[in-house]
Design a protein around this ligand. Structure first.
Ligand code: NQM
Length: 367
């Protein structure tokens, strides 16, 4: 075995409230049997501190983006998200990540995979994780990606240039349908606790949504309080394993989904308050597609969120999802029945943090 290291070109980027290295797909092996050990080495997993790699020892900073040119008509770009567990040797490419997705177009423009179109550039991106498509608009004054600007997103200090994401087809991303149990609400027995109503839903991210009050919590606790609450975390994991089966996802013990979402009445003028477990630690904010999915549950009659959320009337609804570090606004366009979400639009920001080469043991890279 060689003792050398091999360099792989990478851009280290923030996408929304997540962060990680981005690669041109041409610079990585396509075969996951070769690709995944490279990604683990890049991030320094498995190790809770990820001390030997680029990972930030938290699920939100242990993410990788892989970007390629579109290969089908109408698709400009492909994006594959990989969730690397800090402390395990797992690389999960089955769920989406709307936060990392926000940096896909800036990466492609930096890399020459795409050319700017004018003051603003809009491209259709196919998320290979689930086959979902979206249109992403980035500010490109003078043909360059703009990073600075006046848009603030909660969970990220300061402000930056806006990135608009318009999701076109999010229903049933990892699951077979929007409501994969076939019901809008399931009453489940939680051993050692009692019965609890949950809504199992996937409008871009598989989620199990429940009232925090049904688990004896307020839904307004801090992330630190919730992460220290071992009784709650045990209840959530037991519900998650059960719901994974009900949602047709099989044994989810090693999977990063479904995520578990506690809801409560909004407290800061938003539509609903959330605390989202991803799935074992509480998110400091909320995932993009998790926010889209919670917002969707808010408009569906009979869900555990319906009635708790205060929503505007009409077919275009701005749903403000409160989370531990602020709020996340999702604009939903509903169909004529008022129960079908046809489009979800939202704002993110991204930033190129560093460009360079990441070094991996040479034996991991095929000759
Ligand atoms: O739901 C965290 C994140 C995510 C995923 C997670 C995401 C999404 O905040 O689209 O963005 O749920 O693990 O990056």
């Amino acid at each position: 075995m060689t003792t050398m290291q091999t360099p792989i070109p990478t851009l280290f980027m923030r996408g929304g409230t997540s962060r990680g290295p981005f690669f041109n797909e041409a610079d990585l092996p396509a075969d996951p049997r070769w690709r995944d050990p490279i990604l683990l080495a890049v991030m320094g997993s498995p190790d809770p501190r990820q001390i030997d790699g680029l990972g930030g020892a938290h699920p939100l900073t242990s993410k990788v983006g892989i970007v390629g040119k579109g290969k089908t008509p109408g698709v400009d770009l492909t994006f594959l998200f990989a969730q690397i567990a800090p402390d395990k040797d797992t690389v999960d490419t089955s769920p989406n990540c709307g936060n990392m997705l926000a940096a896909a177009v800036p990466f492609a423009l930096e890399n020459g995979l795409l050319q700017a179109q004018g003051e603003y550039s809009t491209f259709r991106v196919l998320a290979l994780n689930t086959g979902m498509q979206c249109d992403i608009t980035v500010a490109t004054p003078g043909g360059q990606v703009a990073y600075s600007g006046a848009t603030h997103i909660d969970g990220v200090p300061g402000s930056a240039a806006p990135i608009t994401i318009n999701f076109l087809d999010t229903a049933g991303s990892v699951c077979a349908s929007l409501l994969p149990t076939g019901q809008i609400c399931n009453r489940l027995a939680l051993p050692g606790w009692g019965e609890i109503d949950v809504t199992c839903i996937d409008n871009g991210m598989p989620l199990v949504i429940m009232h925090a009050a049904d688990l004896g919590r307020t839904g307004h606790e801090s992330v630190a309080e919730l992460n220290a609450d071992s009784e709650l975390r045990a209840h959530l994991e037991s519900l998650r394993l059960h719901c994974g089966e009900l949602m047709g996802l099989g044994n989810v013990s090693q999977k990063s989904y479904p995520k578990m979402c506690l809801i409560a009445a909004a407290k800061q003028g938003g539509s609903i308050a959330t605390r989202c477990f991803i799935p074992h630690v509480c998110h400091d904010a909320i995932g993009v597609l998790a926010a889209v999915t919670v917002a969707t549950a808010c408009v569906l009659e009979g869900s555990v969120a319906y009635g708790l959320a205060s929503l505007p009337t009409g077919h275009n609804k701005l749903v403000s999802v409160e989370h531990p570090s602020g709020e996340f606004s999702v604009e939903l366009s509903l169909g004529a029945d008022g129960q079908t979400v046809e489009r979800a639009a939202l704002l993110r920001t991204a930033r190129l943090i560093m460009r360079g080469e990441v070094m991996v043991p040479a034996h991991l890279v095929p000759a």
